[in-house]
Ligand binder design. Structure first.
Ligand code: ATP
Length: 309
């Protein structure tokens, strides 16, 4: 007998920061070869899915008005793709509560897509395996498989081929959300242009970073954070330089641009330090708003009514 899945099905999906993002040259298919170490953070989106007559999407939260609610939304694509794959009409109403900044380099759209797959897998009693969900996720976007998995992982290829990484302890982060977003393709184009004009330094390997993660030592991890897209993001939004400096002045161990930016992520020594860095950064006038987060956290997962907060 099928177990009853209560509706709405509510799924929480994490944001991510790239602890290491090394970008190779442009491939013939237009993508760049990446080696990246992702960490899933507690700053998250929540999706609520109920059966309906047709597919529809609603978005709530500070950034809601800049998120499309039609077939351009990744959750729409996820519902259609999964429906097509299993031979069902994706007749559901999806409500997204956005906690992750839009176009912020924290994989907000990917988190929502992963959450949709998890919600429909439960609501439709599909019982799809991890591998099957991964395959659908990878068709939706490079970061979607990681949003499903969460934790800390190395991604290669376009970032979609994942291997879990041993990471001890929680790390504490302060996130500086920018006024406005950056579109990921524009940041990659800018990097290609910077590389065509000169030869900006490129990140090395990830061996030391892996040791620091395994030891759970934030002080050892801090100097190893790196992002090849940072120079391109700063070139498109020069004010990020001030934000990065302000976070370190406020007491963070290190700051990096998250993914393609413009969110800046500051690693802090512990939870208390994160609260104090966030307070100081809020007053520095270098960003739209500040959030505290920790990681690693799990990937997209159904939350029960008791854990909805
Ligand atoms: P990444 O870190 O994966 O490169 P990002 O976090 O920088 O992505 P997103 O927030 O995923 O960027 O959004 C990029 C664009 O995708 C937005 O400008 C928006 O128009 C569109 N979009 C489609 N679906 C969503 C969604 N569910 N949430 C946010 N944006 C979405």
């Amino acid at each position: 007998m099928l177990s009853v899945v209560p509706t709405p099905v509510v799924v929480r999906a994490p944001s991510k920061v790239n602890l290491h993002l090394s970008v190779g040259d442009l491939r013939p298919d237009g993508f760049h070869e990446l080696t990246t170490v992702f960490q899933a953070l507690s700053l998250s989106d929540e999706l609520s899915v109920v059966p309906a007559k047709t597919l529809s999407v609603r978005v709530r939260g500070d950034d809601a008005r800049v998120v499309p609610t039609d077939s351009r939304n990744l959750v729409w694509k996820a519902a259609e793709l999964l429906g097509h794959r299993v031979g069902r009409e994706p007749s559901v109403e999806i409500t997204i509560d956005k906690g992750i900044p839009v176009a912020g380099g924290m994989a907000g759209g990917s988190a929502d897509a992963a959450a949709t797959l998890v919600a429909l897998n439960a609501m439709w009693h599909l019982d799809l395996s991890r591998d099957e969900l991964d395959e659908v996720a990878a068709q939706l976007g490079s970061d979607v498989p990681f949003s499903l998995h969460g934790g800390t992982a190395v991604g290669t290829g376009r970032g979609e081929k994942l291997l879990p990484v041993l990471s001890r302890n929680s790390f504490h982060w302060v996130l500086a959300l920018a006024k406005g977003g950056l579109q990921t393709p524009a940041v990659y184009n800018e990097l290609d242009e910077l590389r065509a004009k000169g030869d900006p330094p490129r990140l090395g390997g990830t061996e030391d970073l892996m040791h620091a993660l395994a030891s759970g030592d934030a002080r050892a991890l801090a100097p190893l954070l790196g992002n090849d897209l940072q120079a391109a993001a700063v070139s498109l939004m020069p004010q990020l330089r001030r934000t990065l400096r302000a976070g370190v002045t406020a007491g963070a161990l290190a700051g990096i641009v998250s993914g393609s930016g413009p969110t800046c992520a500051f690693l802090c020594a512990d939870a208390d330090a994160a609260v104090s860095v966030s307070a100081e950064l809020s007053g520095a006038g270098v960003c739209r708003t500040v959030r505290v987060a920790s990681g690693p956290v799990p990937g997209a997962r159904v939350v029960t009514s008791e854990s909805i907060g």
